[in-house]
Design a protein around this ligand. Structure first.
Ligand code: PLP
Length: 383
């Protein structure tokens, strides 16, 4: 494997992050403990939620929220075809039926009108995904949900640090799931969190996160804590470790700085690429705060060089890219469900045809952005 000169992503891990993890190792407390509790409190304050449950992935956070709400067989949950498979897979895992609603062409976010059309008497919840870090139209989505009595679970895997019309993502829907996966805007290696104002939901998720036990591990081993615990229901093993949380706390402190740097990279991409007729740049609203998890351009059908060839030619020049996302209904496991066929979500499918995610990370230099743009312009210009 040859390394790319300009990778798609580089994590920003500094000495203070390493020191925080080392200190946790020395403390002797490795699993969920004081750092997890502190991360939960700090993230709740950051995103304006009353409660945060730290867990070991965004996938787990979404799965636990849907279960805690008692959604299951016979129920439907609406989400977008333009997302990572986990968003739809958690719906399948709770035994409910995933229903897809097509996206808006500009920002690839779920279209509220399509949500409305997809609602049936069985619909219980909506999972909007803030694609690339640009918030969905949450006023419209919350209005629909309220009117139709549905829960809103935001998949904010790209959107920690985003804000919708002045409101932090994490403070709007009934619950919001964040990801701290290695490539996300802040990382704990693997990790995630669920933010909510609903104390009942948070309490229930806490029990389900750790085997369905009525007491948390840290109470169990505290002086004065009891060895006695009860498994009240069949839970999961989705808790975050204190090692991960120690890293997460450092990352959260630097998140605004990371977002600022990502924004500068995005602005530089716009400055270089905005006049290229064969590229479509991401749409976003000035009213929102965009976390710029991704910078996705679209190679227009008019381009003399197609998307796949653009990716290959960039790779030949040492520039790594990615594609977000292969629509849900294109994956074999989802095809086998037999619910959808190609053509059902024309907007999502059209976006996917041209999609390329360009390198994007906080430490990306101006020279690196310039090089990516120079190469891209040459390639789509047919040079
Ligand atoms: C990364 C991602 C997830 C899954 O996050 P994990 O923390 O890896 O479970 C879910 N949804 C979207 C949109 C993602 O990009």
């Amino acid at each position: 494997m040859t390394a790319f000169r300009i990778p798609f992503f580089k994590p920003s891990i500094a000495e203070d992050d390493i020191a925080a993890v080392a200190e946790t190792l020395r403390s002797g407390w490795l699993t969920s403990g004081p750092n997890v509790k502190a991360l939960e409190e700090e993230l709740a304050a950051y995103c304006g939620a009353k409660h945060v449950n730290a867990v070991n992935s965004c996938t787990a956070a979404m799965h636990l929220a849907l279960r805690a709400w008692g959604i299951g067989p016979g129920d439907e949950v609406i989400t977008t075809p333009y997302t990572f498979s986990a968003t739809a897979t958690v719906i399948v895992h709770i035994g409910a039926t995933p229903v897809l609603a097509d996206v808006c062409d500009g920002d690839a976010n779920i279209d509220p009108e399509q949500i409305e059309r997809a609602i049936t008497p069985r619909t219980k919840a909506i999972i909007p995904v803030h694609f690339a870090g640009e918030p969905c139209d949450m006023d419209a989505i919350m209005e629909i949900a309220k009117r139709r009595g549905l829960k809103v679970l935001e998949d904010a895997a790209h959107a920690v640090g985003s804000a919708y019309r002045g409101r932090a993502i994490g403070s709007i829907g009934d619950a919001t799931a964040f990801s701290f996966y290695a490539t996300k805007n802040m990382t704990t290696g693997e990790g995630g969190a669920l933010a909510t104002d609903d104390s009942e939901l948070s309490d229930r998720v806490r029990v389900l996160t750790l085997h369905g036990m009525t007491k948390d591990a840290w109470n169990r081993y505290d002086v004065g804590g009891s060895w006695r615990y009860d498994v009240g229901e069949f839970g999961f093993k989705d808790n975050l470790t204190d090692l991960a949380a120690a890293l997460g706390r450092r990352q959260l402190q630097k998140l605004d700085l990371f977002t600022e740097r990502r924004t500068r990279v995005a602005q530089r991409y716009f400055a270089h690429l905005r006049n290229e007729e064969h590229l479509q740049l991401p749409a976003f609203s000035e009213e929102n705060r965009h976390a710029w998890h991704l910078f996705m351009v679209r190679v227009k059908p008019s381009s003399p060089v197609g998307r796949d060839d653009v990716i290959r030619k960039l790779a030949e020049r040492g520039i790594q890219t990615s594609v977000h996302f292969i629509p849900i209904h294109y994956h074999s496991a989802y095809k086998r469900l037999g619910y959808w066929k190609q053509g059902d979500f024309p907007v999502a499918e059209g976006i996917f045809e041209g999609a390329i995610s360009l390198p994007m990370y906080p430490d990306m230099t101006d020279a690196e952005v310039d090089e990516v743009c120079g190469a891209l312009l040459e390639i789509v210009g047919g040079e």
